[in-house]
Write a protein that binds this ligand. Structure first.
Ligand SMILES: [Zn+2]
Length: 310
């Protein structure tokens, strides 16, 4: 989520600012601001399987005799905490980190992960996007290329399978979904799926249309997971709490309704501004968060070929 990145850097500059403008702050206050607050927490999901929560995308972790396998790594400012939290669970080295997509709240700690010996794996387009500077019209800002130290070094185009810690771990690319480089990871024996940002549990999803995503692709990705899961499947969303198949069906149905509604409005000749004024998604307002109602209308409209800038 890009805004989180902005908020995060904003928060840092506010702290820097307040330090320089309050020379009379007590020593105690100063030491409190200097202290690192614990923001990364682990939760056990099964034998050798963990969820790491905190700001940024949800992290999945597999720990066993073969070492540690990590899915996504949040923002770089949490690198030490993520590596420290994993070290509190095991002495084993981090062998692989797979990025579900290129966004900075899922790939931020890649460079630090490489430094501790991990191989960074992702879809081909994650590596190309991370090396690219391009415009994001949804936010009206330029997405800068990241430093090569963060780029994945092992990439694939369709799917790959890891045989690790006694699990068959399938990494499957879902096309034109949240971005153009998404991977869904399925731990077959554990019956657990990490969906990356193809699932925002309990809130409107962000679809990065400028990064090659479409709402239709996200719906298809969710349908695919629904098809391959059962009532006991544990589902890790990119953002939001843990979910099950029933939750995902509900999400998919809502997104399908939103898609169909915007499509028929467009067919009837409504402009983007008219749809926003009419509040065509007001019955889903409770899902507003990072993406609000207008943002969701814009995403569906653009996914269907609508242009916000000539
Ligand atoms: Zn994302």
């Amino acid at each position: 989520m890009l805004r989180n990145l902005l908020l995060a850097s904003g928060a840092v500059s506010i702290i820097a600012c307040s330090n320089s403008t309050t020379p009379d702050a007590t020593a105690a206050e100063q030491s409190e601001t200097a202290e690192v607050r614990k923001e990364i927490f682990s939760e056990k999901l099964g034998e050798g399987l963990y969820l790491l929560t905190g700001p940024g995308g949800n992290i999945g972790v597999s720990i066993g005799d073969d070492g540690v396998f990590v899915i996504d790594d949040k923002f770089d400012r949490f690198a030490d905490q993520i590596i420290g939290e994993i070290a509190s669970l095991t002495d084993q080295p981090i062998r692989y980190v797979i990025n579900t997509h290129y966004h900075g709240d899922h790939t931020g700690a890649n460079a630090e992960m490489k430094q501790v010996g991990a191989t960074i794996v992702a879809h081909d387009n994650v590596r190309s996007r991370m090396g690219m500077t391009f415009e994001n019209l949804q936010w009206g800002r330029t997405i800068e290329a990241t430093d090569p130290s963060k780029w994945p070094t092992l990439t694939f185009s369709d799917k790959m399978t890891f045989h690790f810690n006694g699990q068959t771990v399938k990494a499957v690319h879902v096309p034109s979904a949240h971005t153009d480089g998404d991977t869904i990871i399925h731990f077959k024996e554990a019956n657990l799926v990490h969906m990356g940002d193809n699932y925002f549990n309990g809130m409107f999803p962000y679809v990065d249309v400028d990064g090659g995503g479409t709402l239709q692709g996200m719906i298809a990705a969710q349908s695919k997971v629904i098809e391959h899961s059962d009532e006991n499947t544990q589902i890790i969303p990119g953002h939001g709490p843990m979910a099950n198949r029933e939750d995902l069906i509900q999400s998919r149905d809502i997104l399908q309704t939103i898609h169909d509604r915007i499509k028929s409005e467009m067919a009837a000749g409504s402009s983007l501004d008219q749809m926003k004024t009419k509040k065509v998604l007001s019955d889903y307002n409770h899902l507003s968060g990072f993406i609000d109602e207008d943002g969701m209308v814009t995403i569906a409209f653009r996914s269907l070929g609508g242009k916000i800038k000539e």
